[in-house]
Design a protein around this ligand. Structure first.
Ligand code: ATP
Ligand code: MG
Length: 594
């Protein structure tokens, strides 16, 4: 491809809305253009990158015997209602774009494809003899993200590879899951990414085992906790650890404490010479459940611990038997709307009476009470006394109503690992590029995807599902491979592997040698660019750096003697060599390696 024909528009200035380097560089390098919030056009250079990533993904999945398909993006509501997700995905989190067609039928734009593919599998796969099967597709997904940001990292329309596997039994599911984990590791390596697999929460999708693949980068939205020995790595959403031990309260009778204006743990501790791990803090929250209940929660944590919202959501969902769609602090305004008296926020204890909910307009009128083990394991502690400016010193759990013991705290860096107490957790940020789940029979039960087993009995198929964010992966590669001058694409996914820059196109010798090198590269099957623009050489070099082509051959003044400059983008190593040597060096460097 000739740069003069590429419609290439590069920008010198950093676009105002681009916060992280990879987003800035993709816009500046003419890879993407914003069309609307969370909506991007993939320009020709970007499409080449996405096509190359997709080819690597296809190659690895095809090797596992997976079958490529393409399913509708516009999906009827019915299967989503049968799986129980329509309500949560439209009204709840509202992640699914949904609409009515001209006949008044409800449809949604697919944020994911479990429903469609499970119905299809139930239809096609009838006997154990047909299993296992893995279907995959590479296509656009739609999600009305609350906070689309960072360009392709979190957009509202993005490209995903999603795969779904169907099995007779758990052992077979586990085998495919393990093979898929291996394929993922190879895919990310071949794309030039340093990615690690971590334990993950299964989220709204449901199911048991799940692993995320994280590209470590400061711009990542996820916090990963791992041990130096590499034996444990988990998303903070899911991570567990041994909490630091608490300091015991000094001996003394239980008593009431006057705590004027001390409404935070910090103030309470400062004013009374306490340490936060000697206190229990109580959060008053409201859970909106899928079955329509609005359930008030009283959540107790040791004062030095942070609430983990994902763990809390999972615990509440499990304990109350209906998915928690949203959990948020109860506000004074909400209490007024429910016709309830104000609560003594800042002085609430685990025994706040259910009477304070009596007469609520639409809420359940009893608290669901749960407490983290760090709180429950305190023998004596300080906590709120349920009246303003009053706390209690030396309280024990025996004097308080029963709590459901639930791990709902964040594990943190510096804490010891459960698998080996010698290992201390470290934290890093990561970008989630892939996620694999063992779904089990959640969807096949709901959508009646059954098969006849060896004994002639009907059984639900077991399922796995496996995603890779193709467009997010492309940007994650830039986040991992760039410098101040621009992108440094890994050869395997670069839009072009080599760029031949003719320093002065007015010089016939330079132009002829440039054309000849370009022709030889193309003949050898290399994706090559020829910068034949009549721009100044400096402009062309800047653009080549910015768009990040891994190898550059500069045909300049020494073209007379047949010599050219060969530059490796990532290392900037430069040599001036006879043009034949530049060609053979480049051919060797870009040869695909597995
Ligand atoms: P996240 O936790 O980042 O919101 P998710 O867990 O909802 O992602 P999955 O449903 O597992 O994502 O989707 C599979 C993959 O699709 C993710 O691993 C990620 O790489 C990619 N992905 C998910 N949401 C987006 C998005 N809004 N924009 C770009 N890529 C995305
Ligand atoms: Mg995920």
């Amino acid at each position: 491809m000739r740069v003069s024909r590429l419609s290439l528009v590069t920008l010198r200035n950093v676009p105002a809305d681009a916060e992280i380097p990879s987003h800035q560089l993709l816009v500046r390098g003419g890879y993407i253009r914003r069309v609307g919030p969370g909506l991007y056009a993939y320009l020709p250079l970007m499409w080449r990158v996405l096509t190359k990533i997709s080819a690597i993904v296809r190659d690895e999945l095809d090797k596992l015997g997976a079958l490529e398909t393409l399913l509708p993006q516009l999906q009827p509501a019915e299967p989503w209602e049968r799986s129980g997700r329509w309500q949560g995905y439209t009204a709840g989190e509202g992640i699914m774009f949904h609409l009515e067609d001209r006949q008044g039928r409800r449809v949604g734009l697919g944020p994911t494809h479990e429903e469609v593919v499970t119905e299809l599998a139930g239809d096609l796969l009838r006997s154990y003899k047909q299993l296992p099967v893995t279907l995959y597709q590479i296509q656009t997904k739609f999600r009305d993200e609350i906070r689309p940001r960072f360009g392709l990292m979190r957009s509202r329309e993005f490209i995903m590879k999603d795969a779904y596997s169907f099995h007779c039994d758990q052992a077979d599911l586990e085998q495919t899951y393990t093979q898929m984990a291996g394929a993922y590791a190879r895919i990310f390596k071949r794309c030039g990414l340093d990615a690690v697999g971590v334990d993950a929460d299964s989220g709204a999708i449901g199911g048991a085992a799940s692993q995320e693949f994280m590209v470590m980068a400061n711009a990542g939205e996820d916090l990963i906790l791992s041990t130096p020995d590499g034996c444990y790595a988990a998303n903070q959403e899911k991570a567990v650890s041994i909490p630091s031990s608490a300091q015991a309260l000094p001996a003394g009778e239980a008593r009431q404490l006057d705590t004027p204006g001390q409404t935070t743990i910090e103030d309470l501790c400062a004013a009374n010479g306490l340490s936060p791990d000697q206190t229990v803090k109580v959060l008053v929250l409201l859970a909106r459940l899928e079955d329509g209940r609005d359930q008030p929660l009283l959540v107790s944590l040791r004062g030095d611990q942070e609430l983990n919202e994902v763990k809390l959501t999972n615990a509440v969902t499990q304990q109350l038997g209906s998915p928690a769609l949203e959990i948020a602090p109860i506000t004074p305004e909400q209490l007024r709307q429910q016709g309830l008296a104000p609560l003594p926020f800042g002085s609430i204890g685990p025994d706040l009476e259910d009477a304070s909910l009596k007469g609520a307009k639409s809420w359940t009128s009893r608290f669901h009470r749960l407490a983290d083990p760090t709180a429950l394991d305190l023998e004596r502690f300080v906590c709120g006394a349920n009246s303003p400016d009053q706390h209690r010193w030396g309280t024990t759990w025996t004097s308080l109503p029963e709590q459901i013991r639930s791990d709902i705290r964040n594990a943190k860096a510096g804490e010891r690992s459960l698998h080996n107490q010698e290992q201390v957790l470290e934290e890093r940020r990561g970008i989630e590029v892939g996620h694999i789940f063992q779904l089990g029979s959640k969807y096949s039960d709901a959508l009646e995807a059954r098969f006849t087993d060896k004994d002639g009995k009907q059984a639900s198929m077991l399922m796995g599902c496996y995603g890779i964010g193709i467009s997010r992966l492309a940007q994650a590669a830039v986040e991992q491979h760039h410098d101040e001058a621009g992108i440094c694409w890994p050869v395997s996914i670069a839009p072009f592997q080599v760029i031949v820059v003719v320093a002065n196109v007015q010089d016939d010798t330079q132009l002829a040698l440039g054309e000849s090198l370009y022709g030889s590269l193309q003949a050898a099957g290399v994706d090559a660019l020829l910068d034949d623009r009549s721009e100044r050489a400096g402009v062309k070099f800047k653009d080549a750096d910015l768009i990040g082509i891994p190898w550059r051959i500069v045909v300049g003044r020494e073209a007379e003697s047949g010599r050219v400059e060969l530059v490796e983008r990532a290392t900037r190593s430069t040599s001036t060599v006879p043009h034949q040597d530049a060609l053979s060096d480049v051919l060797e460097a870009v040869r695909p390696r597995r």
